[in-house]
Design a protein around this ligand. Structure first.
Ligand code: URA
Length: 237
């Protein structure tokens, strides 16, 4: 068995217990033990393969990777518990698999949201360096002149000097009072697509994510399915 040394906070996400963002919280609460000793330092280095890591006295073992695609309807927040008691995306996926969302979609955005029990997959898909493209269909108010869309290729300031670009964008259809635009981005800044349109003076009426990399959404709204091993390999490629 090959040693794999990582910080305890990373180990918790690699072992499928929780996302990396949440692991420090669990470790600091004192319920995590390494080789029987309670540890509250998330940066302690551990060997995932050889050290015994327990949470609430249950030993964590590397689970089989599960990835689920959900067709998120509008009106659901991407959080596990919401202080405003709004509906959450976790109400729509199976319990008991310890899945967490890969990135997030705004409450008013619909479409493809992935969940996994594997912190590696989350890192691979959300890291901007990996450049995994996310495809969105945005319907915005009014007409959109070609030179405005051109700005997306050059880069737009979405506030406080943050410049972002679209990898691709095209007009899909033009209505009397709205335009539908498909765009691909590989970063995942907060409300990025909406802020990109705000930057060119356009209000987003609806926003839908249709694909992540080569993986296209193919389940009806409000439903989910597990990805096959081939599909998991494809999104990691
Ligand atoms: N960009 C947004 O503005 N919202 C989302 O939900 C996703 C990308």
């Amino acid at each position: 068995m090959k040693a794999e040394n990582v910080s305890l906070s990373r180990a918790l996400s690699k072992l499928g217990y929780c996302s990396r963002a949440r692991s420090a919280f669990h470790i600091k609460s004192g319920k995590v033990r390494v080789n029987g000793k309670a540890i509250t330092d998330p940066s302690l280095m551990v060997d995932i393969e050889r050290d015994s890591i327990t949470v609430d006295e249950v030993r964590l073992a590397r689970p089989k990777t599960v990835v689920v695609m959900l067709n998120k309807p509008k009106g659901y927040v991407t959080t596990s518990s919401d202080e405003l008691s709004r509906k959450t995306v976790y109400e729509l996926i199976p319990d008991g698999l310890h899945l967490f969302a890969v990135g997030r979609l705004d409450m008013d955005t619909s479409g493809l949201l992935l969940f996994t029990n594997d912190g590696n997959i989350q890192d691979r898909i959300t890291s901007p360096e990996r450049k995994v493209s996310k495809t969105y269909l945005a319907t915005v108010s009014g007409k959109v002149a070609a030179d405005k869309l051109e700005k997306f290729h050059k880069g737009v300031d979405i506030g406080t000097g943050t410049i972002v670009k679209a990898d691709e964008c095209r007009v899909v259809s033009t209505g009397i009072s709205s335009t539908s635009i498909e765009l691909k981005i590989h970063e995942g800044k907060n409300r990025q697509v909406r802020r990109m349109f705000e930057a060119i003076g356009k209000r987003v009426i609806s926003l839908h994510r249709s694909a992540i990399g080569a993986l296209e959404l193919d389940v009806p709204e409000g439903t989910w399915r597990k990805l096959s091993d081939n599909e998991i390999e494809m999104i990691l490629r």
